[in-house]
Design a binder for this molecule. Structure first.
Ligand SMILES: [Zn+2]
Length: 445
């Protein structure tokens, strides 16, 4: 990935018309200024990425600096805090929530990846977190909440702000059923409407949706809920290429991995009971330019040291640079060679990073394959092999082929346009297979 320069960032933000230099706040009676800082999809990047972006200690400093500049502020995170690094995988996400305490969020909403280590693990997240984790449209038996309450109200500079947590309607399609049961998702618009009206009767003046939803759902909420002033979103990793705005209402979302901190500056007119100005800026978290906050840095270092022995060993060398999407082919090649099958397939979403030219450490494979996916095997007649698996190979319709894929694909066959294929045999963890493959062949090219 190309390193984001400040110049690029400013040019991009300016082109979108969202950048405005902060004018000195003139005291206007009845106008209250508040700032909402936000992140999403941090994916356990407690240390800066290979591109030198993010890292909890740098993010903590940036948050402190922005808080100091604001009259009053909140910091909200829109979910998918865990899954993506060895510290998360080895300790099932718990240290990430613990470390998040050092960033002092006011609230976090659940993302789909918070279910990756099973829904019971979320109780452990609640235990170690000194901030609320919530989600208003996820209920169990009798309407019980996994993470009560469904919304929060905070007084920010004399404005009562309601924060309503919401997750995508298709959560069950993104999560293994055993990781999600017995919880189910309620429809977004209808549920949000109910809590907006409850929050208003509790005296809320400014309504913020803290959501982990698809871009289509962001548009839907913006259109359907005129009383929701601001939607802080997460899940999509593309950043906001075009600003989604309706008058003084906005949807905001940052790039993933802690690479950006979002900052929304609002002016709220108490007499009119409405937002009279809203500005959105994104602050790139360039680790070399933002000093690390020492206390958070110490905590991060101590967790990194615990996993270092496992992941910082050199296992081989890459002669070629692979993008994340090219890495999918490398993984499938490794599966074919390691497992001795006719076809191998992983979904694009299973592979999260590529390789750079040079030494390969086990950590790089953890970065590429952060999920604890297991290989599964099936015997499938040529006629039933979907194109995604078969690719350009010609197959005989009646011949039985051996196919290796991962448990996620076996559970979500609709994603590759098929259903009902059987993968009864379980193999190794994909990541371990991959580490062994690199260790054996030494050179990847
Ligand atoms: Zn997500």
């Amino acid at each position: 990935m190309q390193r984001l320069s400040r110049r690029h960032f400013l040019a991009g933000a300016g082109a979108m018309g969202t950048l405005r230099l902060a004018a000195p706040a003139l005291a206007q009676p009845g106008i209250r200024r508040l700032t909402i800082l936000h992140t999403n999809d941090i994916h356990a990047r407690i240390s800066p990425t290979r591109e030198g972006l993010g890292g909890f200690a740098h993010l903590a400093s940036a948050l402190n600096r922005e808080r100091a500049k604001a009259e009053a502020s909140l910091y909200l995170d829109a979910g998918d805090l865990v899954q993506g690094t060895p510290v998360s995988s080895l300790y099932e996400g718990v240290p990430i929530f613990e470390l998040m305490n050092g960033l002092h969020p006011d609230a976090i909403c659940l993302g789909n990846h918070e279910f990756d280590y099973g829904w019971r693990r979320i109780y452990d997240y609640l235990k170690v977190s000194r901030f609320p984790i919530f989600c208003g449209n996820l209920v169990g038996e009798g309407g019980a909440f996994l993470t009560p309450p469904p919304y929060l109200i905070r007084d920010v500079n004399g404005v009562r702000v309601a924060i309503i947590g919401l997750i995508m309607e298709s959560l069950d399609k993104l999560t293994y059923s055993y990781n999600l049961s017995p919880w189910r998702v309620l429809p977004l618009v209808e549920t949000a409407r109910k809590y907006i009206s409850q929050a208003k009767s509790d005296g809320a003046q400014l309504i913020v949706g803290l959501t982990h939803i698809f871009p289509k759902e962001e548009e839907m909420l913006l259109a359907a809920l005129p009383e929701m002033h601001l939607i802080i979103s997460g899940h999509d990793h593309g950043g906001m290429k075009t600003l989604l705005r309706d008058g003084n209402r906005m949807v905001v979302r940052t790039r993933p991995n802690g690479a950006e901190l979002g900052r929304v500056d609002l002016a709220f007119d108490l007499a009119k009971n409405q937002v009279v100005d809203i500005q959105w800026n994104r602050i790139p978290i360039i680790a070399s330019e933002i000093p690390a906050e020492p206390a958070v840095a110490r905590e991060v270092a101590s967790w990194e040291a615990k996993v270092s022995a496992v992941v910082d060993r050199e296992i081989g060398e890459s002669k070629t640079a692979y993008t994340r999407f090219q890495m999918k082919d490398v993984v499938e090649r490794a599966m074919l060679e390691s497992l001795g099958v006719d076809f191998a397939f992983v979904n694009r979403g299973a592979v999260r990073a590529g390789l750079i030219v040079g030494k390969i450490r086990a950590r790089d494979i953890w970065d590429a394959l952060p999920f604890g996916n297991r290989v599964v095997f099936g015997k499938i007649p040529g006629a039933k092999l979907p194109e995604a698996i078969r690719k350009s190979a010609s197959v005989e319709p009646d011949r039985i082929y051996s196919v290796a894929t991962i448990d996620y694909v076996a559970e979500n066959q609709r994603e590759i346009g098929t259903e009902g294929l059987q993968f009864p045999e379980t193999g190794p963890f994909l990541r371990e297979m991959m580490i062994e493959w690199v260790s054996k062949r030494k050179i990847v090219e």
